[in-house]
Design a protein around this ligand. Structure first.
Ligand SMILES: [Zn+2]
Ligand SMILES: [Zn+2]
Length: 185
């Protein structure tokens, strides 16, 4: 049996990770569990930008993949970026095992607004679906309500539904067949 593993990257509320579990299980048809350890992202800190290099964290996540991992999703509260962009909401290995999502710019507080835990949970789920979709080789979707729609700001995330469109779902189903074939060998 293989699992969709969730790994805290730095300090992050356990309830946020717990909240993702049933939704990710439904979306991908894979049991989902929390890894007991956490990854300290200090090595990826960029003093000049006061942010964390998302690709470096992603590379490190690959070393946290265990034999029964189907996919590994790192969840962080840290502000993450890549050199050419001011920030990213997350990053994934296309057609690989690992993905990372950040809650930093999903929180209303970041925009000077009062905290909204329901909104935060919804945005985090949408981002988790999106980055995990990339690990299944899904590309950006034209349907702006689909979890695979591109988002350059949080408003775009809010336009998405917390699910994949029919077209993207069909692609995930194809990938699931491949998955069974791979694990049956
Ligand atoms: Zn994307
Ligand atoms: Zn789609």
């Amino acid at each position: 049996m293989r699992f969709l593993h969730l790994l805290p990257v730095g300090k992050i509320e356990a309830r946020l990770l717990e909240g993702l579990r049933p939704h990710l299980t439904t979306a991908f048809g894979m049991p989902c569990r929390l890894l007991p350890n956490a990854l300290d992202p200090a090595f990826a800190f960029q003093p000049g930008r006061q942010q964390y290099h998302s690709t470096e964290i992603l590379d490190r996540l690959r070393t946290c993949v265990v034999p029964d991992t189907w996919r590994l999703l790192g969840v962080t509260a840290a502000d993450v970026c890549i050199p050419i962009l001011t920030f990213v909401f997350g990053e994934a290995q296309r057609n690989g095992a690992c993905a990372l999502v950040s809650t930093h710019r999903l929180r209303q507080e970041f925009y000077g607004l009062p905290p909204d835990s329901g909104l935060l949970e919804g945005r985090l789920l949408k981002e988790a679906l999106h980055e995990l979709g990339h690990t299944l080789d899904l590309r950006h979707c034209e349907d702006y309500t689909c979890a695979m729609a591109a988002a350059h700001s949080v408003e775009w995330i809010d336009l998405r539904a917390p699910r994949f469109c029919e077209h993207c779902r069909a692609r995930i189903a194809t990938k699931s067949l491949e998955r069974e074939w791979v694990s049956a060998r």
